[in-house]
Design a protein around this ligand. Structure first.
Ligand SMILES: *Cc1c(COP(=O)(O)O)cnc(C)c1O
Length: 219
């Protein structure tokens, strides 16, 4: 079931990319496996998929070390908020972190990278809807923050990430994120989920984060 839905999502991404004149290989599908057990994830691994996303460090630690023993070329993405005191575990387990959004976290990640020698790639999360309850740097502060990440902490920032407000059309947020990335010379764009990944690909997403459309509804 999940493997069939994975194939449908993969095909839909490829079709949309081609319609936009983009190489389908320029879009990475992150299969978001949060809340699902290793048993539910296995069929997607067995189908050949290797890029997965989790939103909690603690939960990922219970599932992925064992799965990574079986599938060594797995690429693991942290897509949820990260507390600075979990920076060590995050740097050890994840290959890409999408939720860099404040100086204290940048410093914690820098410290752990220097200590461990691991260098997960980073996306700066932008709160494009300027929602009070949502993580991410404000759009007006993103440029200065990105510059500090690069120049002060020498962090491997590869792109920007956003989660549009739940009850708004997502496209203006995707377009804003794309514009900000271009202005800052960043090629990575982490945007689009189950409901809107095609629109995200149309607006330049390089990474779409798709959970329920692959694994089914979360409880
Ligand atoms: C859960 C989650 C997703 C996937 O959501 P679906 O609607 O199930 O595709 C994507 N991005 C983030 C940050 C998430 O927390």
């Amino acid at each position: 079931m999940a493997a069939e839905r994975l194939r449908a999502v993969t095909e839909s991404i490829a079709r949309t990319a081609r319609e936009e004149g983009r190489d389908p290989a320029s879009v990475t599908l992150i299969a978001v496996s949060k809340t699902f057990t290793a048993e539910a994830i296995e069929p997607v691994l067995a189908a050949g998929h290797r890029v997965f996303g989790e939103n909690r460090v603690q939960e990922a630690k219970t599932k992925w070390p064992a799965l990574k023993e079986l599938y060594r070329d797995v690429e693991l993405h942290l897509i949820g908020p990260l507390q600075s005191n979990k920076a060590h575990d995050a740097v050890m387990l994840f290959d890409v972190i999408h939720s860099l959004d404040r100086p204290s976290l940048a410093e914690a990640l820098k410290r752990e990278m220097d200590k461990t020698g691991r260098r997960p790639r980073l996306f700066v999360q932008v709160n494009t809807g300027e929602e009070a309850q949502k993580s991410g740097v404000a759009p007006g502060e993103a440029e200065a923050f990105i510059a500090r990440c690069r120049d002060v902490w020498n962090l491997p920032v590869v792109g920007l990430m956003c989660i549009p407000p739940a009850h708004e059309p997502p496209s203006p947020h995707f377009a804003l994120l794309a514009k900000m990335a271009a202005r800052n010379g960043l090629s990575g764009l982490s945007m689009g989920m189950s409901a809107d990944f095609e629109q995200a690909v149309m607006l330049g997403a390089t990474h779409v984060r798709v959970g329920s459309a692959i694994f089914g509804a979360r409880h």
